[in-house]
Design a protein around this ligand. Structure first.
Ligand SMILES: [Zn+2]
Length: 337
């Protein structure tokens, strides 16, 4: 019913590069710097300077190629309605407010996040926006909440065609037992197969990245007064074939998927980092499922209330109010701290 064993590890830096350092000058001169969304591949880079063995490099390229082909194959199957294929990723963290007042660069601001899901066949895009005053924990359950919401809304078909999820192997977002068990429970409930496939680290460019660059372009030289301005701009960022859909999340949206795991470990190999390939056979998980777990799961809320921000951040945001329109003040005044 459920298969998820194609795993690679990849750490991802969600902080944008050099924001604090460059913004002041660049804003003033109306310039922007080229900021690669993903870091250059470590292995490919190290190979240039002879720091990686020929063998390791070759197998890296080989896995990259296999992942690419697998995705093309799945996309073609989706075109023929044999499955639903989506890619998903978190956009680099955004901040609120963003205003061209010089003192803004020395203040701490609210973090805003966009988790994006892209349907390869329909090109439909769903952006889940939330800010740290509603959810300040980027844990597995946060992302599982978005992914499960997406599956329930858009991926349950009468013909029960399988769902394939592509992502990088970032552990807390996409590659963990919490999400795997949530997907398994979804699969049991709906009788729909779910496959998770991870792209080769360093080569995880996917359709979500183009969504993120489209949004970034739209954001250029725009003022952001409230976190909700990001969702407005996201909706306006694309018109063809249709606007991006946006869901603004508050703390009540998020569920805690980390309790009652049927499979506390999803590591299929015998030891950590056992390589698995797109052409490896499926294998059984080494542990049996836990007994006594209900077939239909009810998940408790992840957060009991809105989240507190640090006192210093609250103070900084208060100091920025005089540079912000009056109708935004209530939001900042009401932040828990
Ligand atoms: Zn590479």
């Amino acid at each position: 019913m459920f298969k998820l064993y194609k795993t690679y590890c990849h750490d991802k830096n969600v902080e944008p590069l050099g924001r604090k350092v460059f913004n002041k000058t660049f804003y003033a001169h109306n310039l922007s710097i080229y900021q690669p969304k993903k870091d250059q591949c470590n292995i490919c880079f190290a190979y240039k300077y002879d720091n990686v063995s020929e063998d390791k490099y070759k197998s890296h390229l080989d896995r990259k190629e296999k992942a690419r082909k697998e995705k093309i194959k799945d996309k073609a199957a989706a075109e023929n309605n044999h499955c639903i294929v989506v890619t998903m990723d978190l956009q680099g963290v955004k901040l609120a407010p963003v205003i061209p007042a010089s003192k803004v660069y020395f203040k701490t601001k609210l973090s805003c996040h966009n988790f994006t899901v892209y349907n390869l066949k329909t090109r439909d895009v769903m952006c889940y926006w939330f800010s740290e005053d509603e959810n300040n924990s980027l844990v597995s359950s946060t992302f599982a909440s978005c992914i499960l919401d997406y599956l329930e809304r858009y991926c349950i078909t009468e013909s029960k065609i399988p769902i394939i999820l592509y992502s990088d192997g970032c552990n807390y977002q996409n590659r963990n037992a919490v999400l795997a068990n949530a997907l398994l429970n979804f699969s049991i409930e709906t009788e729909i197969e779910v496959f998770q496939k991870y792209l080769e680290p360093g080569h995880t460019q996917m359709e979500c990245d183009s969504v993120h660059s489209t949004i970034e372009r739209k954001l250029r030289n725009k003022e952001i007064h409230l976190p909700s301005d990001y969702s407005t701009i996201t909706r306006e960022a694309r018109t063809n074939p249709k606007p991006y859909e946006v869901k603004i999340l508050d703390h009540t949206f998020f569920k805690d998927f980390s309790q009652n795991l049927r499979y506390p470990s999803i590591r299929p190999g015998k030891k950590p980092h056992d390589p698995l390939d797109f052409d490896s056979d499926y294998c059984d998980l080494p542990s049996r499922p836990k007994v006594g777990i209900p077939v239909i799961m009810q998940y408790p809320p992840l957060l009991k209330s809105r989240c507190k921000i640090k006192e210093e951040k609250y103070k900084h945001l208060q100091e920025l109010l005089e540079d912000l329109p009056k109708d935004t003040h209530l939001f900042y005044n009401n932040l828990l701290h």
